[in-house]
Design a protein around this ligand. Structure first.
Ligand code: SF4
Length: 91
């Protein structure tokens, strides 16, 4: 195999493997409501309590104007800005 051909194939292979990994990582960051810890705290992507949302909860962190925000109770994962769980507390 010539050097040029090797480099071209290497670039194609690297691109093909990186795209699915990046997509999976983005999906994994969002908290699954069926996660045992999420279920224990009755987490839901859509709040059942008017005025209580993840983006106005004291435990939320990061960019609170985003659709998905960080939460101190679920490190490494994102919760829906309009979500809710049983330990919501006013910010
Ligand atoms: S503690 Fe509950 S309500 Fe507050 S940001 Fe986290 S998941 Fe949302």
């Amino acid at each position: 195999m010539k050097r040029r051909e090797f480099l071209r194939l290497s670039a194609l292979t690297a691109g093909a493997t990186l795209i699915p990994v990046k997509t999976l990582a983005a999906e994994e960051e969002r908290l699954d409501p069926s996660d045992p810890q999420a279920q224990a705290l009755q987490y839901t992507h859509e709040t059942p309590v008017e005025g209580q949302r993840c983006d106005n909860c004291i435990h939320a962190n990061g960019d609170l104007s985003a659709e998905w925000v960080g939460c101190n109770l679920f490190p490494g994962r994102l919760v829906n800005a309009g979500g809710w769980c049983s330990v919501w507390a006013a910010r």
